[in-house]
Design a protein around this ligand. Sequence first.
Ligand code: F3S
Length: 395
Amino acid sequence: MFLTREEERALEGEFGPGLALAMRILVKLGDLYGAEKLVPIQSAHVSGVSYKTAGDAAIEFLKELCELGARASVPATTNPCGFNECILDLLDLPSDVITRQEELVALYERLGVSRTLTCVPYYQLRPGAGSHLAWAESSAVVYANSVIGALTNREGAPSALAAAIAGKVPDHGLHRPENRKPGLLIDVDFKPKDEVELWAIGFFVGQVAKDTVPLLKDLKGLSDWELKGLGAAMASGGMTAMFSLAEIGQEQARKELEKIQVSQEDVRTVIDKLSSTGEPDLIFIGCPHCSREELELLAALLRDRKVRPGKHLWICTSRHLRDACPSLVEAIEASGALVVADTCVVVSWVERLGVDLVATNSPKAAYYLPGLSGVEVRLASLRECVELACSKSSS
Ligand code: F3S
C-alpha cells in the first residue's frame, strides 16, 4: 500500500507509539484487502463497548492503547454498553461486572472516544454525503452507506478504533465507487403489512445478497425509521453493508442484474424461524435505537395506557435523544414503560430479569437474543408490542 511520507513517519513511531500501533493495524488490513492507499475519514464509530459481549480482552487492548498514549484524532462515538443507571437495580449485577463495564467505557473516553453509547450515532453527529467513515456497528454502516450516502465498510471494533486514532482508513470495499454499484435486483412481489414483514424482507435479502449491494425494486415511500430497521435486518441476515432503492435512471442496470424474487412465503419462513409464540415478559422496542419519530409514535400509542403488572416495556434510544425529547420521554414513562438510554436488551444482561420470552419488532434482536441471553423471542410490530405490554383499559 502506498503511504505518504507523513504516514510512513507515523508508522515508524515518530508521532508516538499509540499512533504507530494504529497505523500497523491499518496497513496490515489495507495490504490484506488490496487497498492502494489510506483515505481520511470524517468520523469513526466503535463497537465492542458492552462488557457482556466484549469481555476482558477488550479492556486489555484499550489499556495497552492508553499506555501507548493513543488518542482519537477525528470525532469518534461508542456503541451501547451493557447497562445504564435506570436498570441497574433490576439487573442486580455482580459488583465486579459493574466495575469492568465502567472501566471499559472510561478507557474509551481516555482514548478520546465520546461516551455516546448508541447504535444510531447519525442522529447526533450526522456525517455528510460522500464522506469517508470507519464505522463498526453493522446497522449504522448500512444506514450510513444507503440512507446518508456516506462511505464506510463494516469495520471491526479494533480497526474502527485504529482508524479513529489515525484519522484514516484503507481505501477498499465500499470506499471505492466501483464497489457501490448494485449487484443483485430484489423484486418483492407483495406489499408488507407492517415493519416486521418489511424488515423480514431485509433479513431475507441479507441472506441471499452475501457481500453484493442489493437493489430493491418496489419498496418506495419508506420512512426513516423503516429504512433504519430494514438495513439492520439485512446486516444481521448476512454481510450486507449497503442497499440501494430503485431510482429512475437505473433501468439499464436493472435489466442487467441477476434477479431474486421475494415472496410472502419467503418472509413468513424468516419470521417463523426467528419467532416463537407465547406471552412475553419483556417487550423491547428500539433495535436499532429509537429515532425521534418512533418516540413520537410510541408516546401517541401509549397515551392513557398502562403497562400490565409483571411486564416490562423497554424503549431503547440514545441518551442524546432521551435528553432532547423530555416531553416524549415523560409521556412514554407515564405508562410504566422505561425509556432506556446507553444500552439495549441484546447487549445487556436481560437473562438476569428472569425473563423467558421477549417480544420485539426487530429481526436483528430476534436473531441475536436467544444465543446471547438464552431467551425466546416473539416478533410483533411496534403497535402489537404496545398491545402485548399494556392492559386494555384506558385509565
Ligand atoms: Fe443497537 Fe442493540 Fe440492536 S446495539 S442495533 S439496539 S442489538
